[in-house]
Design a binder for this molecule. Structure first.
Ligand SMILES: [Zn+2]
Length: 53
């Protein structure tokens, strides 16, 4: 079970629901749902991106 504490997640724009970013996060250190302000090229502005699977 190598790397079983890491999970691949996708960040979606809150505004237009575009799947703009993918990353892996450690379930050991980040138990909460991620919410990050990132640039969305669809909205053409910085918007809140939330974790999804
Ligand atoms: Zn957007």
């Amino acid at each position: 079970m190598l790397g079983s504490n890491k999970r691949k997640i996708i960040l979606v724009c809150e505004t237009c629901l575009s799947r703009n970013y993918s990353l892996t996060k450690s379930m050991m250190t980040q138990k909460d749902r991620l919410e990050i302000k990132k640039f969305c090229k669809t909205c053409n502005l910085h918007s809140l991106h939330k974790e999804t699977r």
